[in-house]
Write a protein that binds this ligand. Structure first.
Ligand code: NAD
Length: 307
């Protein structure tokens, strides 16, 4: 198989990430099948993909004609057999559960042609956790996207059983859909960027949870020194505080780390109130005009009491 032979991409899971990956593939000239267990999710997904097309157009990345063409290349499917029969590559974006991912790939293994490459977009799992369950471990690796609206950096993470041919094909595929691949030499939790980011976010949580510094001062410090547009708490607001809480709570329990447990409790206060960040209009900051984006924030001229 050559990268030129990858023409039909099956995106399994049409949520937040499946929509973005599917649209990016379609924009790059590939036929895309969006598969989900729920027809309702697929309907919502196509609505959001249409909005994504407008975002790409507004950013000057594509013309209206290209957007129309890309949208025409995407079909939706809830029938697994129909979805899998012509796939050259699967990009999986279903919930973060190794058993579910393994079982879902196993079901597609029975349907897909031998040539089909399997990739997972998992954020926190390792491919080796469900490589055997896929039924074709040699043709399987992680191909992990960030938010395609803002970046084209992707991670590729093989497990020890990924064949060199598969790794080379996935790397070439990433390039074909306009992405810059960071290829990991070995499995590691959180890939490259996320591993660094999680450390930063954990430090920020610890400073606030211990009462060393306010949420605003933590962000002010990071933004002021690093000259960034957003600090760690602003980042958590855009990820979703519920998601950050789940990850923190998971690791706190797994490693029995008391500071991480305290950090999880700190985050839970926001989650319990429904203050989940940008998506609910309130998190560490209020949206759409958070204090950290206002002039004078770094100088300490805007202040909202930390929750
Ligand atoms: N959200 C992010 O910022 C982000 C970034 C990179 C990677 N990821 C990873 O991508 C994956 C998906 O995350 P998301 O945020 O898109 O989730 P999401 O909840 O938005 O979407 C998941 C979708 O999967 C569907 N689904 C559930 N079970 C299924 C099955 N058996 N077969 C087919 N579809 C099924 C659901 O109906 C839903 O539409 C996770 O592994 C996550 O770790 C997420």
């Amino acid at each position: 198989m050559k990268v030129e032979d990858i023409n039909t991409v099956l995106v399994v899971g049409s949520g937040n990430m499946g929509q973005q990956i599917g649209f990016q593939c379609a924009v790059s000239g590939l036929d895309v099948v969006l598969y989900d267990i729920s027809a309702e999710m697929l309907e919502k997904a196509m609505d959001r993909v249409g909005k994504l097309a407008k975002t790409y157009m507004a950013g000057g990345r594509i013309t209206e004609a290209q957007a129309v063409e890309a949208l025409e290349r995407i079909t939706t499917e809830t029938d697994r057999k129909k979805a899998g029969k012509n796939a050259d590559l699967i990009s999986e974006s279903i919930p973060e559960d190794p058993d579910l991912k393994g079982k879902t790939f196993a079901a597609f293994n029975d349907i897909c042609p031998d040539r089909t490459l399997f990739t997972t977009n998992t954020s926190s799992l390792l491919p080796s956790m469900f490589a055997a369950a896929t039924g074709r471990p040699d043709r399987f690796a992680a191909l992990h996207f960030h938010d395609t609206r803002f970046t084209n950096i992707v991670d590729i993470m093989p497990h020890t059983g990924t064949s060199p041919e598969t790794l080379a094909l996935i790397e070439a595929f990433a390039k074909k859909i306009g992405q810059v691949a960071i290829v990991l030499k070995k499995e590691s939790n959180g890939y490259v960027f996320n591993a660094m980011l999680m450390t930063l976010l954990e430090s920020a949580q610890t400073l606030a949870a211990k009462g060393v510094a306010s949420v605003e001062d933590v962000d002010r410090s990071w933004m002021g020194v690093m000259h960034t547009l957003v600090g760690p708490f602003g980042i958590m607001d855009s990820i979703g505080i519920d998601t950050v809480y789940k990850i923190t709570d998971y690791w706190a329990k797994k490693t029995e780390n008391p500071q991480q447990a305290a950090n999880a409790q700190f985050l839970k206060r926001y989650v319990d109130r429904g203050d989940l960040g940008v998506k609910t209009g309130r998190g560490f900051y209020d949206y759409p005009n958070p204090d950290f984006q206002k002039p004078g924030f770094i100088a300490g001229e805007t202040n909202k009491a930390a929750g």
